[in-house]
Design a protein around this ligand. Structure first.
Ligand code: UDX
Length: 463
């Protein structure tokens, strides 16, 4: 099928590349010329395992193209994905101006052929109808300009008839660092629309994925499709992220109680996770959730509820627990080192989770700020951030180029991000380089015995 993906941020680029990989002809549109040039040359502007390889093979097979020309993209696609950002405004509301600009642009370039317009961006609930309206606005604008150029005058009704399209909400559930895997092995695909024709085209688009042709385990039964109305599909995305974020805040709260009563939250997590009603995933206690999705989506849902006169007690509590949890490592440092003024603290990891270069709303940012405020000197080593630089600027921290330089002269280390390589560092050597070999394991990731035999005093979260 012919697909156009507008916006080559995280979601757009992964979606475009994966759809091209399974055989569709995809044109990705972005208004950033520099980025388009980079992608045309086969480079991915984001760090995501496996993405560059897929981009290169799909491009050389002629299945994946990049352009800054929206008109060309719209003309090409039978299915048009809107995948531009919806960043959070300071009050927690989502900023939908990019979605609006794209929807209007699509309207201005629509021809007479039927198109499915897919909302892939995480938009406020109710945006499906709004997108439809903006697209029609765009169509009308174009008609008006044609009138100016001697064309035929059309009223709103005629614009609606002339523009043959349906809107579908198709939320994504990709995790950074495993986005390609998640695209080919989804737990479900959610399609929200009142148009049978549009749903049928979306099912056809995803057939190779639904049939698990690209899945890790091809023998499993086909992937379920959940067909809903547009509002419910939009709500699924928020509800899923809010649930997972709340689950993490829940286990973190349990961890804090474990700390006080002398229980081990990793064992408790295992004990409750085996209950199939609970499930073992997202029960890792630590310094909490960050990144581009959970914080933004939970705030947006709280805000939407507020708009409708409903106060979300549970979701607000999940956010509060998470904010406090980030600074638990500072509390633990104070318990061990007492005064932090003049001490040197080394952070192992900076990104909000491993296998990404993303620093958006990373717990490290709050930890650095708080340590600085207490007068501690902060150093850090991160496998990605230390090499390729950090996407979102960092202050108040000296970034080291390797873990041993990080350890040198530190009064304590704090494991912030559970990068796999941190399991196999030479902790014995690092302990000898430190003024005071203390390890605060903010992700309960390291082996206590191993660290202790390397000479560390080990402190975990809730264990
Ligand atoms: C998340 C959702 O998983 C994904 O479905 C959605 O599309 C986007 O948001 P992502 O932000 O990439 O994906 O990361 P994820 O792996 O879900 O982790 C989110 C945060 O929760 C990270 O900061 C992680 O460290 C934290 N986390 C996760 C925990 O603290 N404990 C856990 O048990 C799991």
């Amino acid at each position: 099928m012919r697909v156009c993906v507008i916006g080559t941020g995280y979601v757009g680029l992964v979606t475009g590349a994966c759809l091209a990989h399974i055989g569709h002809h995809v044109i990705c549109v972005d208004n950033n010329e520099e980025k388009v040039k980079l992608m045309k040359a086969g480079h991915s502007p984001i760090y995501e395992p496996g993405l560059s390889e897929i981009m290169q093979s799909a491009s050389s097979a002629g299945k994946l193209e990049f352009t800054s020309d929206l008109a060309a993209g719209v003309a090409h696609g039978e299915i048009l994905f809107i995948a531009v950002g919806t960043p959070a405004l300071p009050n927690g509301e989502s900023d939908t101006r990019y979605v609006e600009a794209v929807a209007r642009g699509i309207g201005e370039h629509l021809d007479n052929s039927y198109k499915v317009i897919v909302n892939k961006s995480t938009v406020p609930i109710g945006s499906g109808d709004w997108v439809r309206m903006i697209v029609l606005d765009g169509v009308l604008e174009r008609q008006k300009s044609l009138v100016g150029a001697g064309g035929v005058a059309l009223d709103e009704k005629v614009a609606e008839i002339a523009a043959d399209f349906d809107v579908v909400s198709n939320p994504e559930f990709l995790r950074e660092g495993s986005a390609i895997y998640d695209t080919f092995n989804p737990d479900r695909i959610v399609l929200g629309s009142n148009s049978k024709r549009a749903i049928a085209m979306m099912q056809e688009l995803y057939t190779p994925i639904l049939e698990r042709q690209y899945a890790e385990d091809k023998s499993l039964s086909p992937i379920p499709v959940v067909v809903t109305d547009i509002n419910s599909a939009e709500m699924v995305k928020y509800a899923a992220n809010a649930f997972l974020a709340t689950k993490i805040s829940f286990i973190n709260e349990i961890a804090n109680i474990c700390d006080r009563v002398g229980a081990d939250v990793t064992q408790v997590g295992q004990g409750i996770g085996l209950d199939s009603r609970i499930g073992s995933k997202f029960l890792q206690a630590g310094i909490g959730w960050g990144g581009s999705c959970f914080p933004k989506d939970v705030s947006a849902l709280i805000h939407t509820a507020d708009d409708y006169g409903y106060e979300t007690h549970l979701l607000k509590a999940a956010v509060n627990v998470n904010q406090r949890q980030r600074l638990i490592v500072v509390e633990k440092l104070q318990q061990v080192l007492k005064i932090l003024k003049g001490k040197t603290v080394g952070l192992l990891g900076l990104t909000f989770k491993p296998d990404t270069d993303d620093m958006r709303d990373a717990p490290a940012l709050n930890i650095i700020e708080h340590l600085n405020r207490l007068g501690a000197k902060v150093k850090a080593y991160d496998p990605i951030a230390s090499q390729s630089g950090i996407r979102h600027g960092l202050g108040g921290v000296m970034v080291e180029t390797d873990p041993e330089r990080l350890a040198d002269g530190c009064d304590a280390l704090v494991l912030v991000t559970e990068w796999q390589q941190f399991r196999h560092l030479d902790y014995q050597k690092m302990a000898t380089l430190m003024t005071n070999p203390v390890m605060i394991d903010g992700r309960n990731f390291l082996d206590r015995k191993e660290l202790e035999s390397a000479g560390f005093r080990y402190v975990g979260i809730g264990r």
